[in-house]
Design a protein around this ligand. Structure first.
Ligand SMILES: Nc1nc2c(c(=O)[nH]1)N[C@H]1C(S)=C(S)[C@@H](COP(=O)(O)OP(=O)(O)OC[C@H]3O[C@@H](n4cnc5c(=O)[nH]c(N)nc54)[C@H](O)[C@@H]3O)O[C@H]1N2
Ligand SMILES: Nc1nc2c(c(=O)[nH]1)N[C@H]1C(S)=C(S)[C@@H](COP(=O)(O)OP(=O)(O)OC[C@H]3O[C@@H](n4cnc5c(=O)[nH]c(N)nc54)[C@H](O)[C@@H]3O)O[C@H]1N2
Ligand code: SF4
Ligand SMILES: [Mo]
Length: 715
């Protein structure tokens, strides 16, 4: 368990250290955990990503380890409807019997699994295998669908591979121009700003596209403040300007890409003056942006959730990739397009099979060659593997319906707070015959469960994580989990064994124990299997040995050969497409799924604040973070507030066709007067997702978290 921890003992106290990484976001800042008597301290550690920095969430991450609200025993829903402590045997029996019962009555696809982008590579991989082999269900998906799926799909389409940043973060620091579209790293990845500070110290320009003047935009040389949902049109206009001003890299377009002609024809119709009317961004600013990108050797375009969480998210990212390709950026040293992956293992979590359509190594589950390879590693017949399931929102929206799953196991997500149109999803979760939630706290989703299983936290487990750069890192345990708590891998192994013992329909070739069922409990064993399963796939980890990651600046995938190089920078010599060229694709603007109207005249958008993480299940329980960001709020422009008779701090209601939220008004002249913003970290009355739209991107299944129509009124 404590591999990598070393005693550092000043006389008297027992001290031990573990060199690991933060449990939260994809920057995966390096930290040393130090156990000093009963206390665990967090110390920042130098690393190429965080340059010795941590944000407030990282600094306080250890507070949850010995938190009074931490779960240390399973909970079972009693006949009176209450969740009560139970022992592990009773809890696992209830789970295994519930699964068998549902599968017997409705078939194996009636049992679903919902994962998370915070799970280690080993857990994400094990969860995918558990669904396909132990449960035999096609229904598995995860919260990364709401996070990375649009950029992932666009990257795959254009480059033939999806690695969020195809270059190290440090390249941002050396770029002469950085364009950030819908990203607010000053709040969402604060230490990343060190690279941007370095960038500007070297005379580089930072351009930020955001409907709000965020902490990131304040540091920019140029802030474009568009109407939400107009990023695609802007990208097409930027390319239009590049064409008319002769700023294209013609040799690159000719030699390294296909499909430009149609894009050229399409963007010809995107007159900057028209896009100015649509987006509110002045033509002069669009021109300045293109010139800043085209006139330098090293330029980077980055997107994040602001541009991606739309029903046209894939096409919006595609439009920025088109621009990057036309300027010849991808593969040029120090240049390129990338997206900022969000969750701790958002990158690895989307490679190893917890996605509905995917097998490990970023393989497709409908590809017969991939099925044969992975089935070989798993020791099962390829025909026994289920086909593709459905994306996260569709999965959750089908729960408990006539044709949908009747049981679900959740590992690492809190959809009651984070799902779009959350009231509807909450009622779907209530309709299940069996809801099982593995978590270390009583999240809002755990509160609805029939069985809650208490799991180990990051400081109590070994494993690997793949950060936003595609760099595979070691998570190292500082200490054992507290008594009564099990690891996610342990739970999966035990359930796999139990299912075989109890249900004839869940019989395996050999059912003597976890190892024999193919469900070990040691992370390293899983990692070795993951390497074999990913070998030859797009996300190839075959050469990423445990020892090699121990070197401690990690290993960039793809890395097929243990003795060969890894891949910090992609695309220098070609793209992993059949012809080695990147693919342009013409895309066109369309309005938000829900336009504003007389009844709902305002645009509503959502996002994050520095001191809270995601659904807040973890960070709302940390005292310092709760003090820094105690509750939800609605950000609006003072002119709008004036018009509606709203004053600072006054409770307001934000009402959409789906529901409403109620939170104090926060007046700010830095947001567009036609747009209101709320962070999504809180449950209850302030829940932003009571309001959001469940319109989905047709390619990625990404919900339109970033724009819907609302009205605002004093509460
Ligand atoms: N503090 C904190 N940090 C986090 C997280 C967290 O919950 N809290 N979560 C992590 C995860 S999983 C993720 S995915 C990342 C997300 O990281 P970001 O993408 O940086 O975060 P968001 O706040 O969701 O969105 C960024 C910005 O998009 C803007 N925006 C809204 N609508 C539009 C639009 O239509 N166009 C444009 N151009 N911009 C728009 C918002 O005003 C917001 O400032 O953060 C990671 N880091
Ligand atoms: N309106 C709006 N909604 C959004 C977004 C937005 O911008 N606006 N962003 C979306 C995005 S990008 C994301 S990523 C989602 C995230 O939304 P969620 O999926 O709800 O994310 P978390 O709050 O991180 O939930 C993780 C849960 O799993 C638990 N957990 C953490 N680690 C582990 C582990 O290793 N094992 C187990 N078993 N449990 C663990 C935590 O305690 C927590 O309860 O929200 C999406 N929802
Ligand atoms: S930026 Fe992300 S990884 Fe770094 S300390 Fe903050 S939450 Fe943790
Ligand atoms: Mo995310």
């Amino acid at each position: 368990m404590t591999d990598g921890a070393r005693p550092a003992t000043p006389a008297g106290t027992t001290t031990r250290d573990a060199a690991t990484h933060c449990p939260y976001c994809a920057l995966q800042c390096a930290m040393t955990l130090r156990q000093r008597g009963q206390r665990v301290e967090v110390l920042p550690r130098q690393f190429p990503t965080n340059l010795g920095g941590l944000c407030q969430k990282g600094w306080t991450a250890a507070e949850l380890l010995d938190h009074p609200e931490r779960l240390t025993t399973p909970l079972l829903r009693d006949t009176d409807g209450q969740l009560r402590p139970a022992d592990w045997d009773a809890a696992l029996d209830r789970v295994a019997e519930g699964i068998r019962d549902v599968a017997d009555r409705h078939g194996r696809d009636a049992v679903a699994v919902f994962g998370g982008g915070g799970l280690t590579n080993e857990k994400a991989y094990a969860l995918g295998k558990f669904a396909r082999v132990a449960l035999g269900t096609r229904h598995i998906d995860y919260n990364g669908r709401w996070c990375m799926s649009s950029a992932a799909a666009a990257g795959l389409r254009a480059f033939g591979v999806d690695r969020g940043l195809p270059f190290p973060v440090a390249d941002l620091g050396r770029a002469q121009t950085v364009l950030m579209v819908g990203a607010n790293p000053a709040e969402t990845m604060p230490p990343l700003m060190r690279h941007l500070t370095e960038q500007r110290r070297r005379g580089g320009r930072l351009i930020v596209v955001d409907p709000r003047l965020t902490a990131t935009a304040r540091q920019a040389d140029l802030h474009l403040q568009p109407l939400p949902g107009t990023d695609l049109a802007m990208a097409n206009a930027l390319l239009h300007i590049a064409l008319t001003e002769g700023l294209l890299d013609r040799a690159y377009v000719a030699e390294r890409t296909t499909g430009f002609d149609e894009v050229r024809r399409t963007v010809a119709g995107y007159w900057p003056a028209e896009v100015e009317r649509l987006s509110g961004v002045p033509v002069a600013d669009l021109e300045a942006t293109v010139r800043a990108l085209a006139g330098v050797d090293r330029a980077v375009i980055v997107t994040a959730r602001g541009a991606e969480q739309h029903a046209k998210g894939v096409d919006t990212v595609t439009a920025y990739i088109n621009l990057a390709l036309a300027l010849g950026l991808p593969g040029r040293p120090g240049s390129g397009y990338g997206c900022l992956t969000g969750q701790g293992n958002g990158q690895g979590g989307r490679e190893h099979g917890q996605k509905a359509d995917q097998l490990p190594g970023y393989r497709r589950i409908d590809d017969p060659v991939a099925r044969a390879h992975v089935a070989g590693v798993w020791g099962v017949d390829p025909d026994s593997l289920p086909g593709p399931g459905v994306p996260a929102y569709q999965l959750l929206d089908s729960l408990g319906t006539a044709t949908g799953p009747k049981a679900m196991l959740v590992f690492g997500s809190n959809p009651v707070v984070s799902a779009p149109r959350a009231a509807r999803i909450t009622s779907r979760l209530r309709d299940l015959d069996l809801l099982v939630v593995a978590d270390f706290v009583r999240s809002e989703t755990a509160e609805l469960a029939d069985v809650v299983l208490p799991v180990a936290q990051w400081a109590e487990e070994d494993g690997t994580m793949t950060n936003l750069e595609g760099r595979v890192l070691r998570r190292r345990a500082l200490r054992e989990p507290p008594p009564g708590v099990r690891t996610d891998l342990d739970i999966l192994a035990t359930l796999a064994t139990r299912l075989q013992g109890r249900a004839p329909s869940y019989r395996f070739p050999d059912s003597r124990g976890p190892r024999q069922t193919g469900f070990p409990t040691e992370p390293r064993e899983w990692f070795e299997e993951l390497r074999r399963a990913s070998a030859g796939g797009p996300a190839d980890y075959a050469g990423v040995s445990w020892e090699r990651i121990e070197a401690d600046t990690g290993v960039f995938w793809p890395c097929p050969d243990p003795d060969g190089p890894d891949s910090p920078r992609l695309f220098a010599d070609g793209f992993p497409t059949p012809d080695g060229r990147a693919r342009f694709r013409a895309v066109t603007h369309r309005p938000a799924a829900e336009p504003v109207c007389a009844e709902y005249p305002l645009h509503f958008t959502t996002g994050r604040v520095l001191a809270q993480y995601q659904s807040g299940a973890q960070t709302r329980r940390v005292e310092a973070l709760r003090r820094a960001a105690p509750g939800g709020f609605v950000e609006l422009h003072p002119d709008l507030a004036d018009r509606l008779g709203v004053t600072e701090g006054q409770p307001v209601r934000v009402v959409s066709r789906r529901g409403e939220l109620c939170a104090p008004a926060r007046l700010s002249p830095t947001i567009r007067p036609d747009t209101v913003f709320a962070p999504f970290h809180w449950p209850g009355a302030a829940r932003a997702n009571s309001v959001t739209n469940d319109a989905l991107d047709p390619v990625s299944g990404m919900p339109e978290f970033k724009i819907c129509a609302v009205r605002l009124e004093p509460a």
